[in-house]
Unconditional design. Structure first.
Lengths: 128, 145
């Protein structure tokens, strides 16, 4: 069992959820977040934190599409546990219908933006 | 009153209708004192957590329950990975854990708070058990030979 991020997160991405998640199971796309179903411990702490009311338990009916989308993109998008500012037009999109047309499969920046720097090559092993 | 070495068991939470960091601390300390003395759970925990690691474990558990019940965001970890290497862990032990947790909650809090704790505890226990014990191949009928 897991919680699932659904349509109203698209273009809202308030990110309040990522700060309260005890197991850091949110992953960030360009304009939406998803939950990794194998990492979520079903505690439900995130659900009431979402200003867009986009998070549901997977026991709710009709979430198959979103469960699949969460599982798929959690594998490729970067992890996010630190909240940043929501998109400037987040409030304007909150609750608007048919938001899936805006869904972007591109990854977001995640927490590790600075970690995308190439790591320096390892020191050569000392000669005996 | 159960004897809990190192824990002030006589101390009741200031208000059984209010959740607070202090109340969670008391719950966690008292609960794990019971766990360590429990016939079923005690040996499993003793095998997984060394004597000198208990203060750190209790601190982690206070952070965990604070994050769950007060959304403090203090705990960040991977409970599934933490439970995977535990030797002798079984679904029956999860039931024993839940029973002891319910008993301890009921000593400290009113019915509404006990229910809130147990809702979270049961959800998390189910989720951990799915992660630890569920084998998808058991869902499918065996292929004909």
């Amino acid at each position: 069992m897991t919680f699932v991020v659904t349509e109203n997160c698209i273009k809202c991405k308030y990110m309040d959820c990522v700060e309260v998640c005890p197991v850091d199971c949110f992953y960030e796309g360009e304009n939406m977040l998803v939950i990794h179903p194998d990492e979520c411990i079903d505690c439900g702490v995130c659900e009431p934190e979402c200003p867009a009311e986009a998070i549901f338990a997977d026991t709710e009916p009709g979430l198959e599409k979103w469960l699949k989308l969460n599982a798929e993109y959690a594998e490729t998008w970067p992890n996010i546990a630190v909240k940043r500012a929501a998109p400037p037009d987040a409030d304007a999109f909150n609750g608007t219908p048919d938001k899936f047309q805006y869904f972007s499969p591109a990854p977001g920046q995640g927490d590790g933006a600075e970690e995308t720097q190439p790591t320096p090559p390892p020191e050569p092993a000392p000669q005996p | 009153m159960t004897s809990c070495p190192g824990v002030d068991c006589a101390q009741a939470p200031p208000d059984p209708t209010q959740l607070s960091e202090d109340a969670i601390r008391l719950l966690v300390d008292r609960f794990y004192a019971k766990v360590r003395q429990d016939e079923e759970l005690g040996p499993i925990f003793a095998g997984a957590i060394a004597e000198d690691a208990w203060p750190a474990h209790l601190a982690t558990m206070r952070d965990f329950w604070s994050s769950i019940m007060l959304t403090s965001g203090r705990y960040h970890g991977n409970p599934v990975a933490a439970h995977r290497p535990v030797e002798g862990i079984t679904p029956a032990l999860f039931e024993r854990w839940l029973a002891l947790f319910a008993e301890t909650c009921a000593e400290l809090f009113d019915q509404a708070i006990v229910a809130a704790f147990m809702d979270k505890a049961r959800r998390i226990a189910t989720s951990l058990q799915l992660a630890l014990f569920y084998k998808p191949e058991h869902d499918r009928p065996r292929a004909a030979p």
